[in-house]
Design a protein. Structure first.
Length: 542
């Protein structure tokens, strides 16, 4: 077992991964880059932990190839065309900064402050740093006892990276020397940077593909990122008495943003506690030129309040599956109009659109859009839900030509409207029996969305640049009609005799028969391709 004097993150195996056969193992930073073509994905204790690790690795990769000549697309093409990552450049870069990747270095321990001390002299328990241990709710956690009292160095390093990225807001330990401390407490400065995001990244067939697909080399204004976009290990070590209120310089900076000041406490074989204090504050608005791994929403309220445009990260809704929120992520891709009055697509997706336009990424290449995010409650001081969802499609969906994008968006909207019709049917049946509509509607919505999710994912995965989009849309209408009509039939059958008898409501006599007529009339209007034969029969009769 490694001791505190020699836990080198570049050499020790501490990053959980799955190989291409689904087998779990751990890699060091160096070996992960060497073996990325043999690996499937990053793993971890939480999806947010894997996301934080991906961002750290992207900062390494970005800095390793920063001096390659040529346009951003040509640099990327040179990387994509090779079967392996550029390990010679990566190893040389890591060797240059090797001293900063030692977990317990005496002067500059990785992502920590060597002399960090609490004003009260205490060391916090590890549950302050481990996101799956809700403070004050230990009966609902998957951890207990010794599992939280001791951490092996590798897991402690992962939670260290996660804390900088996703630590909740709220009162922190007051650090000795921090001028912001009052009465021994560090008052809230906000979430860890990634906690503000509705995080998105693209997955390929291997971890090598995933790293390269997310290696964004220019911003949404087609500008290369600044030369001083430096990760934490290329900057001076953090100090307890300095909370840097500065502007970030680019993606590498944001991927390793030191949101907290932390010191791990150990006994030479395990980490036993931590000092966790406030770090560098950063407001989440208007970082869209530097942060490519989230969509951005326009805030009219804040824009009016401050007198200039403010965009905030578009966070994920834990109650809404990714396929239903796809519109908010892809609708603005390729839109050339000014951004002052509209939402902004993730810079990552704009980058892929550029790669397609330059002809360096095949339109038929299969990718998965992966959404990751953390919801916070109680004034962002406690972890709530975690979002972790994926959806697959061909890269052409992000092309400059919006035809495929519009088809995907329209299909999702069609599904939404059909589920709304199903909810109205459930509500009308409830009214017919003398019940309340709201609860029945919500349950029908849940059933409808659940039943359509898998068919939509299959339909989207089959959507190709050379597909007949009209035929694809009509095929989707027939699928939606079959699914929703079947559920609707079950609702009518289960409503029973009281619904067939019905009752008068505000001058209209509502029963199951009328509710069914309204339901099918809405579906015929919404899904005309599913009722072509009916329409032909009506035309012949006329």
């Amino acid at each position: 077992m490694a001791t505190s004097s020699d836990f080198d993150l570049l050499e020790e195996h501490w990053i959980p991964v799955l190989d291409r056969h689904g087998r779990a193992r751990q890699e060091s930073v160096r070996s992960l880059f060497r073996n990325a073509h043999e690996l499937s994905t990053l793993a971890g204790e939480l999806p947010t932990q894997a996301f934080a690790m991906l961002r750290l690795l992207l900062a390494v990769l970005r800095r390793s190839v920063i001096d390659r000549p040529g346009s951003s697309a040509k640099v990327w093409e040179g990387l994509w065309s090779q079967p392996f990552l550029p390990t010679a450049e990566i190893d040389a870069y890591l060797t240059t900064h090797a001293a900063r990747f030692r977990l317990f270095d005496q002067q500059a321990p990785f992502f920590q402050v060597a002399d960090l001390r609490a004003v009260n002299g205490k060391v916090s328990s590890l549950d302050r740093m481990i996101a799956d241990v809700p403070n004050g709710e230990k009966y609902f956690t998957t951890r207990a006892g010794a599992a939280v009292e001791l951490l092996e160095f590798g897991e402690a390093a992962r939670w260290l990276v996660h804390a900088h990225a996703f630590d909740p807001s709220g009162i922190k330990t007051g650090a000795v020397g921090d001028p912001r401390v009052k009465a021994g407490k560090g008052y809230p400065i906000g979430l860890g940077w990634a906690g503000n995001l509705g995080g998105v990244f693209l997955e390929g067939a291997t971890l090598r593909e995933t790293l390269l697909l997310n290696l964004v080399l220019r911003d949404i204004n087609a500008e290369r990122f600044a030369a001083d976009d430096l990760p934490a290990w290329e900057r001076p070590p953090g100090r307890a008495d300095v909370g840097r209120a500065r502007r970030p310089t680019g993606p590498a900076d944001l991927c390793t943003w030191q949101s907290r000041r932390i010191r791990l406490v150990h006994n030479n074989t395990h980490v036993t506690g931590a000092v966790l204090c406030n770090g560098d504050p950063l407001e989440p608005f208007n970082q869209h030129l530097l942060e490519p791994m989230t969509a951005w929403r326009l805030s009219p309220t804040q824009t009016k309040k401050v007198g200039h445009t403010r965009h905030y990260p578009l966070t994920h809704n834990p109650s809404k599956a990714l396929w239903r929120g796809l519109t908010g992520l892809i609708e603005q891709v390729g839109v050339s109009a000014g951004i002052a009055e509209r939402a902004i697509a993730p810079g990552l997706l704009e980058w892929v659109s550029h790669l397609l336009e330059e002809g360096v990424l095949e339109p038929t290449h299969q990718v998965r859009l992966h959404a990751v995010g953390m919801e916070y409650i109680n004034n962002q001081s406690v972890v709530g839900d975690i979002v972790d969802d994926t959806i697959g499609f061909r890269a052409a969906l992000l092309a400059a030509d919006p035809a495929l994008r519009y088809a995907a968006i329209h299909a999702a909207q069609t599904a939404e409207q059909a589920v709304t019709a199903l909810g109205s049917l459930a509500g009308n049946l409830a009214i017919a029996t003398g019940g309340e509509a709201a609860g029945h509607k919500e349950r029908a919505y849940e059933r409808g969305y659940f039943a359509l999710e898998t068919p939509y994912r299959r339909w989207l995965a089959d959507l190709r640049p050379d597909a007949g989009l009209t035929a694809c849309g009509e095929r989707w209408q027939r699928v939606v009609d079959e699914v929703i009509t079947s559920i609707g039939r079950g609702l009518v059958d289960s409503a029973g005799e009281p619904a067939w008898v019905g009752r008068e409501v505000k001058g209209t006599y509502i029963d199951a028969s009328l509710a069914r007529i309204w339901f099918h009339a809405r579906l015929r209007k919404l899904l005309p391709a599913a009722y072509i034969e009916d329409n032909h029969e009506k035309g012949s009769a006329a």
